[in-house]
Design a protein around this ligand. Sequence first.
Ligand code: MN
Length: 208
Amino acid sequence: MQLPVQGANPFTVRRIYCVGQNYRAHALEMGSNPDRQSPFFFQKPADAIVQDGGTMPYPPRTAAFEHEVELVVALGTEASVFGYAVGLDMTRRDLQAEAKKAGRPWDMAKGFDHSAPCGMITRAAELGEMSQGAIWVRVDGEMRQSSDLSQMIWAVPDIIAELSTYVSLQPGDLIYTGTPDKVGPVQRGARLHAHVDGLTDLRVAVGT
Ligand code: MN
């Protein structure tokens, strides 16, 4: 899968890593203690990407298809930051709750088809550190999640350093850096509009 890059050649996606519970208010709403958690990670398949302007079919086996707006980091050589994008970590929340309760993996809750909408990448050279700035998502025009990157528990360099202790990060890897609070459901036909200050907005729809 490829993602467009502002003013440059497309970025070929190798792997998609995601950080769990990286905003204090979201950890609390999920019933976790945000003070004692090291970041933890899960993956989505690279072909779960949905590009800006795309449509995600409403997924099977769920009655709780939820949005999580996130800053996405695109990696270059030697785990450097190539660029940033706006992403949505789409989640089958009911399957996630069942998995948590049973101590089972999250793959079917997080790593399903069309679960990783991601917008155009802006190269890091054209941006600052991305340690502050508004992050929000609207659904059918209604503000659902609205926070600031400064609320992240683990900043981008911390996430990369920690994830590097588990795996060899390679050019083409994406990292979804966690979502603020007020995650919630989307229905068939919904239109999602996601934003991070400084980046190109992401707009995707849910199939009818
Ligand atoms: Mn997430």
